[in-house]
Design a protein around this ligand. Structure first.
Ligand code: 1HN
Length: 348
């Protein structure tokens, strides 16, 4: 065995020169970056105020059609990770604009997508042959590898938040995609079919779960809002969350899609949440009301249609100046399935 006095750290650089051409690298030089006390991502807290970006989004319609763009989306780029097309380390977010009469052609990909409707009503997303008409506040899913196209037969622009697991799927090197070949899919199933069939507290008696994603494509805001309104009359407010619900796959009680969790919460006027942090970096879309959030050491004032991001493990506090409703999404179910998710409910 080598004895301590014979260790020659001065020779380490020569040793590294020996390793390098053999595609070897000494762990001891980098171990501290892997085995760190807490996560340290480049993700930064940030807010996109809708009134500051709406004009820019609308201008895109004068420059490119939805069909030319395939998807006319402005990416919400986290300022700490510019050029990496992501809002958190694992998630993509963007605002998609579809003008009256436009169609965004059918395709499918392994990335799972959510739409959260921000402005307008009457456009549709067709998912695997079923059209879903979308209204403000609706939460719509296009699970991994499902055909989907969008169209806007209404007479006003429609804007929604796109949330996808693009960076996560990229990390796993499992990106596949293909065009449908025609602009729109046929629609063998009538609009509302999946909600009636799977989303009414009932399932067809011989229904067998075929996919890890929810068979319900649209979770309408009217139902979500009603649930919050009814529950808030009897429920205690949670100190960290106010009243917070998670969207659910009726097949298994899990999240609607395996990689992305979605939530809707109500904060009553004057409510101030106590400090909280969790390991899932989270994107918020303000649906109703005004207030502010303290994220780390920064304060962000928000109102309807604003979007903000809370990075992983950064303390957050939300203060509502009016009754406020917040939609949010994160990679929480993926972290939970892998046994990685953590939260800290102590006053942070
Ligand atoms: C996509 O397919 C859509 O289908 C939106 O609407 C945003 C971002 C990255 C990759 C695919 C859509 C997307 C996307």
């Amino acid at each position: 065995m080598t004895i301590r006095s014979e260790v020659r750290p001065d020779l380490l650089p020569y040793y590294e020169d020996d390793c390098d051409p053999k595609n070897l690298a000494p762990l001891w030089k980098v171990l501290h970056t892997f085995a760190r006390k807490e996560p340290k991502s480049g993700c930064e807290p940030y807010i996109w105020h809708y009134n500051e970006i709406r004009d820019t989004l609308m201008k895109s319609a004068d420059l490119i059609t939805a069909e030319q763009a395939e998807r006319r989306v402005l990416i919400l780029e986290n300022p700490g990770m510019r050029g990496r097309y992501r809002v958190t380390t694992s998630l993509f977010a963007g605002l998609q604009l579809i003008m009256p009469g436009e169609i965004a052609p059918a395709h499918r990909h392994t990335q799972a997508a959510l739409r959260f409707i921000v402005e307008g009503s009457g456009a549709y997303t067709a998912v695997d042959g079923e059209k879903t008409i979308m209204e403000e506040g609706d939460f719509v899913i296009t699970p991994s590898w499902t055909w989907h196209d969008h169209g806007n037969p209404s007479d006003s622009p429609m804007v929604w938040l796109d949330g996808l697991d693009v960076p996560l799927v990229e990390t796993l090197d499992t990106t596949f995609a293909e065009p449908y070949g025609e602009k729109s899919q046929g629609n063998p199933r009538p609009s509302g079919d999946s909600l009636a069939r799977y989303g009414s507290g009932l399932l067809p008696v011989d229904h067998e779960q075929r996919s890890p994603s929810s068979p319900v494509f649209n979770y309408p805001y009217t139902r979500t809002r009603e649930a919050l309104e009814t529950m808030c009359k009897t429920d205690e407010w949670d100190p960290c969350h106010g009243l917070k619900l998670r969207y659910v796959n009726p097949d298994n009680g899990d999240s609607p899609m395996p990689t992305i969790g979605t939530f809707m919460q109500l904060l009553p006027k004057g409510f101030e949440t106590s400090g909280y942090r969790c390991s899932d970096g989270t994107v918020y879309s303000v649906v109703e009301g005004t207030g502010k959030s303290i994220i780390g050491d920064q304060t962000f004032e928000w109102g309807p249609r604003d979007h903000f991001v809370v990075p992983c493990w950064v303390p957050q506090k939300h203060i509502a100046s009016e009754d406020a409703v917040l939609f949010s999404f994160s990679d929480r179910p993926a972290q939970q399935k892998l046994g990685l998710w953590r939260e800290d409910r102590r006053n942070a």
